[in-house]
Design a binder for this molecule. Structure first.
Ligand SMILES: Nc1ncnc2c1ncn2[C@@H]1O[C@H](COP(=O)(O)OP(=O)(O)OP(=O)(O)O)[C@@H](O)[C@H]1O
Length: 709
């Protein structure tokens, strides 16, 4: 009897699941039809002729909407919210208007405030919901649904287990168990509450997010960009900058933002932020650490200030006559041109003033000559008129009384501004400068550096000036950026491009609407200055794990790391749950974290892979066979090898196409399985325990450790 009852219950559960799938399929079909209808309508609008600038701006907006609709294919609809009052709303990748404009939208954009309960409602805090449904789709077919009852009655009917800290646990764990393809994917359907809080946080000042490995820092950073661009449309006009640790990392995340519909984004590393400048050499850790310190900012400011000209009499020749602008007048012009301006900008303002002063001096001399002429020296004026611009035929005040009118003085000033010898004279007194050479001049002169950077010890001065950089190293780039900023552009050439991101990418002095920094623990103080220059509003989100810091600086807390950039004015947030690394592997990290001098509790792993980490002692020749076996176990997924710097070349020699990376290179990446070669060797590297922590936490399923003999 009881067997029959349970059989009947199973059957009825199946039927209600089938009904739910059929119901959601009908909704998905309706959403797809409406999306296609809207896309078609926009395409027709885009075919119309553009007659003016307003139309062009409207077309740009329509084109963006059109592309957004076309891109919203996979996972168009992924959630449903059933309110206690019976209202039903669907949540999706984009918002879709219902046919009747006055109605509720057919589909809620995941970033809209009304969609928020999808990520934050719990049985304890149901936010007016009776149920949350995750809808799994493959293309345009509904593959399954996962329901979570949120009203108290249904929850207590389940069982008396403690409520899960996860939202949509079934859908989340299914997503986390997927094979890794080597490219990150979006997580809009399974974002967790603590992640959502950060994604939707205010963007008015620096927000620093600490999270252990696999806690979704990159997920949060990228989804935050999409959220901010959706919520603050003006940010799309300024573009958002995403800074990552390496080109490999940028490749790994490359698809996420376009998949989220965002094009107003520039992705870069600190090394690629300066247009036209590339890193061309490595530098010792010792020099990199010295060059990363904040003290370079005032040192470079003093260096550039020392290049400004000192006031003196300026003797200029104009049409055969010499005119002297006295030192006191030059000093006044300098005092009004220089303060608060970049070197070249000040030079431009000063030069314009000199042109005016010269034009006035010429006019005054002419007036004086006229006065003399009135006393009988007529030939002197004739000499003057020989120098007048040919082809000016209109009657002017000089034709009437011999004095220059304001218009004529303006015209004279223009001629002076175009005059080559005058330009050469100013260039010799106040030269335009190249940022690279200006930096080299300082880096090749220990006495000068000692003068401008008194906090550096004599040994550090010797170290920092030992190599005059012909090619630039990574730690030179922020110094070069600071000098380029202090010098300013000689001309303000504007790069054109169809998308705002193309324009921003080509400009060193572009001001972004928001900056997101991933693996922010690696930034030196001077790299932070580079970020600030691009975002003076300080609307910055930085995510990282201070315990994974391996760069040459010495910071072990966020307070130390960002003090020079933000002082005490920043907000901290934390991610505490590890989604990537299985419990079996996370258990190995405790002692490593301790050795790394961590101040943080390790994150809690949400999943178990059921595979115990293993260890073998092998020869180099045996590594290839083990890597192949591992690849065989994870067909359709990815395997990565992490090793000490000194072993990478030999391992690449035997491993063929399996990626072999150092711990630094592996930062931010993940695979199904990791082969960790010579953990002791990694730990012995500079900040090696932090590196080993990175290496241990890259896998989603299996970890194998090899000791080489
Ligand atoms: N809410 C989520 N839904 C689905 N997958 C998620 C979610 N959060 C994180 N993940 C997955 O967990 C893995 C780790 O996320 P992510 O790379 O963002 O972590 P991280 O904190 O940046 O890690 P690391 O410190 O190692 O760089 C990724 O595969 C990511 O897609």
């Amino acid at each position: 009897m009881s067997l029959n009852l349970s059989h009947m219950r199973r059957n009825s559960a199946h039927t209600s699941l089938d009904n739910a799938i059929a119901e959601e399929q009908r909704f998905l079909d309706q959403a797809i039809e409406r999306r296609d209808q809207l896309a078609e309508h926009l395409r027709a609008e885009l075919d119309t002729e553009i007659s003016d600038a307003l139309e062009r701006a409207r077309h740009r907006m329509l084109r963006r909407q059109h592309e957004e609709l076309l891109r919203a294919q996979d996972g168009l609809v992924f959630g449903r919210l059933d309110a206690l009052d019976g209202t039903v709303r669907h949540v999706g990748r984009i918002g879709i208007q219902a046919e009747d404009q006055g109605d509720e939208p057919l589909l809620l954009d995941w970033r809209a405030p009304a969609a928020r309960p999808f990520y934050t409602a719990t049985a304890i805090d149901p936010q007016g919901l009776a149920r949350r449904r995750h809808i799994r789709t493959t293309g345009s077919v509904v593959a399954g649904v996962d329901d979570e009852p949120l009203d108290g009655a249904a929850a207590s009917a389940e069982d008396d287990a403690a409520p899960s800290e996860l939202v949509g646990e079934g859908a989340l764990l299914a997503a986390l168990d997927q094979r890794r393809t080597g490219r990150m994917s979006t997580a809009i359907s399974t974002l967790q509450r603590e992640q959502d809080d950060i994604i939707r946080a205010e963007a008015t000042g620096p927000l620093i997010v600490q999270g252990g490995p696999g806690t979704g820092k990159t997920v949060v950073a990228l989804h935050r960009v999409a959220y901010l661009l959706f919520t603050h449309r003006q940010m799309a006009d300024q573009a958002v900058l995403v800074l990552g640790p390496s080109p490999r990392f940028l490749e790994y995340i490359a698809q996420v933002l376009p998949a989220l519909g965002e094009t107003a984004v520039v992705a870069a590393t600190c090394d690629t932020l300066l247009p036209g400048v590339e890193v061309g050499r490595d530098e010792s850790r010792e020099i990199a650490e010295i060059k990363g310190r904040a003290l370079w900012q005032p040192a470079l400011e003093k260096h550039v200030a020392s290049l400004l000209p000192r006031a003196r009499d300026l003797k200029l020749r104009w049409e055969g006559e010499f005119y002297v602008i006295p030192a006191a007048t030059v000093a006044q012009a300098l005092a009004s041109a220089v303060p608060g301006r970049a070197y070249h900008r000040a030079r431009l303002i000063f030069t314009e003033q000199i042109h005016s002063l010269l034009a006035e001096a010429v006019a005054e001399q002419r007036a004086a000559l006229l006065e003399e002429m009135e006393h009988g020296y007529e030939d002197i004026l004739a000499r003057f008129d020989r120098g007048a611009k040919p082809g000016v035929a209109h009657a002017s005040s000089s034709d009437v009384d011999g004095l220059l009118s304001e218009e004529e003085i303006d015209e004279l000033r223009e001629r002076i501004a175009e005059n080559e010898p005058i330009a050469r004279f100013i260039e010799s007194w106040w030269p335009t400068r190249d940022a690279g050479q200006t930096l080299r001049d300082l880096l090749s002169d220990p006495a000068l550096l000692a003068d401008f950077a008194p906090a550096l010890s004599p040994e550090e001065i010797t170290t920092a000036t030992a190599v005059v950089p012909e090619a630039w190293s990574s730690s030179d780039i922020p110094l070069l950026d600071a000098v380029a900023d202090l010098l300013g552009s000689v001309d303000a050439g504007v790069k054109q491009g169809e998308f705002i991101a193309d324009q921003a990418r080509g400009r060193r002095d572009w001001v972004y609407g928001h900056v997101v920094v991933d693996e922010a623990q690696e930034l030196s103080e001077m790299q932070w200055q580079m970020v600030l220059r691009r975002c003076p509003s300080r609307s910055i989100t930085a995510v990282g794990d201070i315990d994974q810091a391996e760069a040459a600086h010495r910071h072990t807390t966020w307070a130390q790391a960002v003090r020079a950039a933000f002082g005490e004015r920043w907000t901290a947030a934390e991610l505490t749950i590890c989604y990537r690394t299985p419990r079996e592997v996370m258990e190995l990290t405790g002692p490593v974290l301790e050795k790394a001098g961590s101040h943080n509790a390790p994150p809690r792993a949400v999943r178990s892979s059921g595979i115990e980490p293993w260890q073998r002692t092998v020869t180099l020749g045996e590594v290839a066979a083990l890597a192949q076996e591992m690849q065989g176990r994870w067909t359709g997924g990815t395997v990565g090898v992490v090793a000490p710097v000194a072993r990478v070349a030999a391992l690449r020699g035997v491993l063929g196409d399996v990626p072999v990376l150092t711990a630094t290179q592996a930062k931010g990446l993940e695979w199904d399985a990791t082969l960790l070669v010579d953990a002791e060797g990694i730990a012995a590297e500079p900040r090696g325990w932090n590196g080993l922590y990175v290496a241990l936490t890259r896998c989603t399923q299996e970890l194998g450790q090899l000791i080489l003999v």
